[in-house]
Design a protein around this ligand. Structure first.
Ligand SMILES: [Zn+2]
Length: 354
């Protein structure tokens, strides 16, 4: 009998770069450099076995152009070296170092995809900022400059020839930018759980994709106060059958932690225990369908202490240091059950799964 008490340590590449701290939005902005400073200090003072740190390259223009328009890229490039922070939309601000930070964050996504698909790492989790999932191909939005996860997915399609990528987005906000980037594609299945009604207002049940992409966008809007049991219920009940039928070659996750009960913006009630169960579930899907290949990138999470604890929990799951548990205490609420029913019945018949 194999000895299951000896757990294998898996290799997790964590691209990170202190130049990502040089993106400095003005005026006490919640998406502050201190978020990453706290994460880097924690990893330096308490290293996690299996985690390998590396500095990412800047993303190439070619990589950015797979998702964003030339005019969009030029507008962000024009902020480089600015003397004063520039507001690009009511929530999104660029300082002199923002363009370079954004290039590194997008470059980290491509690097992470390369490392995982080459087998040099079991998984990857770039700890970079600015975040990306609100950035649309031609519209700056919601603290985001370049859409890091979309750029990583487009890189995996174009450079590695993948045909089926699953993007999971459990950030408290709907990832309108990622949805927009692949709305007409059947190669990228986009799944989001998010608070609704809430910023940015998108992500209703009936947003399911268009053309060839019909059925390849799956949104589960959830009410204020949603917690671990509800989130786990949604992924087990509604998402798991879709993942099984899609058979992804790579799983990518917009890892947002603004669903944490201590987050000042989110209004959800998740805990580290919930994240451990959720990411263990994602990892189990990767092991079942995509040869273990899983990519995470940091999105939201605005309580620095909660963010540190949450990221450490998830890295523990990815490396195997933390014992995975696929369940959490408590029963799903009636509202979560109704949301699942409605989301599943909103899927086009041709893509519906049992
Ligand atoms: Zn968010």
């Amino acid at each position: 009998m194999p000895d299951y008490s000896v757990r294998m340590t898996k290799s997790v590449l964590v691209p990170r770069d202190k130049r990502c701290l040089n993106h400095r939005p003005a005026g006490g902005h919640p998406e502050s450099p201190e978020r990453l400073a706290a994460l880097y200090a924690d990893l330096d003072s308490r290293p996690i076995p299996g985690v390998r740190l590396a500095s990412p390259p800047e993303a190439s223009k070619e990589a950015l152009l797979r998702v964003h328009t030339p005019a969009y890229i030029e507008a962000i490039e024009a902020t480089a070296g600015t003397e004063r922070p520039i507001w690009l939309d009511p929530d999104t601000c660029a300082s002199s170092g923002s363009y370079q930070a954004a290039l590194l964050a997008a470059g980290a996504a491509c690097m992470g995809v390369d490392e995982v698909l080459s087998g040099r790492a079991d998984s990857t989790f770039p700890l970079v900022r600015p975040p990306g999932h609100h950035a649309e191909p031609d519209t700056i939005l919601g603290f985001c400059l370049f859409n890091n996860i979309a750029i990583g997915a487009a890189h995996a399609l174009a450079v590695h020839g993948l045909q089926r990528i699953l993007i999971l987005d459990p950030d408290v906000h709907h990832g309108n930018g990622t949805q927009a980037a692949f709305y007409d594609s059947d190669k990228v299945l986009y799944v989001s759980t998010h608070r609704h009604p809430f910023y940015p207002g998108t992500g209703w049940f009936d947003e399911v994709g268009v053309g060839k992409g019909a059925g390849y966008t799956f949104n589960v809007p959830l009410p204020y106060g949603t917690g671990d049991a509800d989130i786990l219920y949604v992924y087990h009940e509604a998402v798991a059958p879709i993942v099984r039928s899609f058979q992804p070659e790579l799983i990518m996750v917009s890892a947002g932690f603004d669903t944490h009960m201590r987050d000042p913006l989110g209004g959800f009630q998740m805990t580290e225990e919930g994240y451990a169960a959720l990411y263990a579930l994602f990892l189990s899907w990767a092991e079942q369908y995509s040869a273990g290949r899983i990519f995470l990138t940091l999105e939201g999470g605005y309580n620095d202490a909660a963010l540190v604890d949450s990221v450490r929990t998830v890295l523990g799951i990815l490396t195997g240091a933390q014992e995975p548990s696929l369940t959490v205490p408590g029963e799903p609420s009636q509202l979560a059950r109704q949301a699942v029913e409605r989301a599943v019945s909103s899927r086009p018949a041709s893509t519906a799964t049992g």
